[in-house]
Design a binder for this molecule. Structure first.
Ligand code: SF4
Ligand code: SF4
Length: 470
């Protein structure tokens, strides 16, 4: 650190502890966060409504009769933005994933963990759905804590049973949502309408995922973010001092001091009310600085703003800001790092766009049959024998037709290959290409071929034709 660089000396022994574990007993600390209220929470609530609408609505959206998105891992069928990705285009799926990963890295470097707080399904379902159900049944944090310690009275049995039933029903709904992205909404309908025995595996899959989601939202909770999630672990390398995070303005807040009526205040603006800690779903104190456990849920911003309002101090003691801006009043949005990530992302996006736009519906490989030579026909033409494989890369049936474009010649299949291709299927066989000797000036000639379906040219490719020396 430079001598003139502003800094804040604080006790960082909190980093030796994990808020979710009791240091004395080694047992889990169960958090009962106070119900969040305020401007940021309202914004998140609206965003959640929008997001859940999109998440539950997308499986119903179809493009040319197929889903907009499908991630059928078992049958290895993927549809992204209506583009079917079969086995021949897995590299395209890989490129999409790499581009998405670079985008996440770039986005996180600039905007921190906005994804976690606003859009991650774990946080959205946990904080905006399951937690709200819990507040509705068991009351706010103190009531929940009291209920947990209370003996099993009728009241507790009713509340806990109701919670389990609603949590289980919500988990079942989410499991169905997940399955609609796996197998498509049409198949999900069939699973619902037809006897269970006809779809036993998928039905058991729904049951298993229902239990997994129930376990996650009823028990694992904050630990999914603080212990399990790999994205959370990466924050240490993705964030820098210019990243926008939920941050406590220690320059304004310190030294902390309780508010005393009638006594002139000389300390910082933090009145040590602990409201920011009480609302935190991961049990941390944001005043200690940016921590891996912070999922940027904004609850502490609202809690502190509400307190600042009450005591007549300016809001924003906890806010979205960068460490550099808090420390020195200046923050760089564009850094060498963000420029490098942006260039990489742009290059990947251009490459991806080009690959998608130039992608053909079929992919054909055609090679001269091993060990074969040219055949001189009595009518003055030359024939070569080839083996071919023709892949239908679409998700629907096609009737492809292979034609020779140049030089003028004919194409005759050896045998009768079935060229009626189902979606994502392949045909292979042998074919003779015959060309008049007059069109062959050299020993080797490039032959241009194309694949058509419904009168539309789907693909062009070349092969080598050999003829006797003149
Ligand atoms: S520190 Fe604040 S933003 Fe971070 S998880 Fe806790 S309440 Fe949410
Ligand atoms: S809510 Fe604000 S004033 Fe209260 S302890 Fe947290 S930072 Fe300090």
């Amino acid at each position: 650190m430079k001598a003139d660089e502003p800094h804040f000396d604080y006790d960082d022994s909190f980093r030796d502890n994990f808020a979710a574990v009791d240091n004395t007993t080694g047992k889990r600390n169960w958090f009962y966060p106070q119900k969040p209220t305020g401007k940021w929470h309202n914004r998140r609530a609206w965003f959640t409504i929008l997001q859940l609408g999109v998440m539950f609505g997308l499986p119903f959206v179809k493009v040319n009769g197929q889903p907009l998105f499908l991630f059928n891992i078992l049958e290895r069928k993927f549809i992204v933005f209506g583009i079917f990705i079969g086995p021949q285009d897995y590299w395209l799926f890989g490129l999409m994933m790499i581009s998405f990963f670079v985008f996440i890295v770039l986005f996180t470097t600039v905007f921190g963990r906005i994804w976690c707080g606003w859009a991650c399904p774990q946080t959205v379902f946990m904080e905006m759905v399951f937690r709200k159900i819990e507040y509705w049944i068991e009351g706010d944090w103190k009531a929940q804590s009291a209920l947990a310690k209370a003996p099993w009275t009728n009241d507790k049995v009713i509340k806990r049973s109701l919670k389990v039933v609603i949590f289980m029903a919500s988990s079942f709904l989410i499991a169905n949502l997940l399955l609609s992205y796996f197998v498509g909404i049409d198949r999900l309908y069939r699973i619902i309408e037809e006897p269970i025995s006809a779809h036993l595996t998928l039905f058991l899959g729904i049951c298993a995922f229902t239990l997994v989601f129930f376990f996650n939202f009823a028990w694992l909770r904050d630990q999914a973010c603080t212990v399990v999630c790999p994205y959370g672990r990466l924050q240490g390398v993705l964030l820098d001092k210019n990243s926008i995070v939920v941050a406590y303005d220690y320059k304004r807040g310190e030294p902390r001091e309780k508010l005393r009526r009638g006594v002139e205040r000389t300390a910082g603006d933090c009145i040590s009310c602990f409201q920011c800690v009480n609302v935190c779903p991961t049990g941390i104190d944001i005043r200690n600085g940016t921590q891996m456990e912070c999922v940027n849920c904004t609850a502490c911003i609202d809690a502190c703003d509400n307190i600042m309002d009450k005591v007549g101090l300016p809001k924003g003691l906890i806010r979205y800001d960068s460490e550099n801006n808090i420390a020195a009043g200046k923050s760089k949005f564009i850094t060498t790092r963000t420029i490098a990530y942006a260039i990489l992302f742009a290059a990947l996006s251009i490459g991806l766009g080009y690959a998608i736009l130039t992608r053909s519906d079929t992919e054909t490989t055609l090679f001269r049959a091993p060990g074969s030579r040219y055949i001189e026909n009595p009518d003055g033409t030359i024939s070569n024998l080839y083996t071919f494989k023709l892949f239908n890369k679409t998700n629907h049936a096609i009737q492809p037709d292979m034609r020779i474009i140049s030089p003028k010649g004919t194409l005759k299949f050896a045998g009768i290959p079935n060229l009626s291709l189902e979606g994502a299927s392949m045909v292979e066989g042998s074919v003779f290409i015959t060309v008049p000797k007059s069109a062959l000036k050299k020993r080797t000639t490039k032959v241009q071929l194309a694949v058509y379906a419904d009168g539309k040219r789907l693909e062009e490719f070349k092969t080598t034709f050999i003829a006797p020396e003149e």
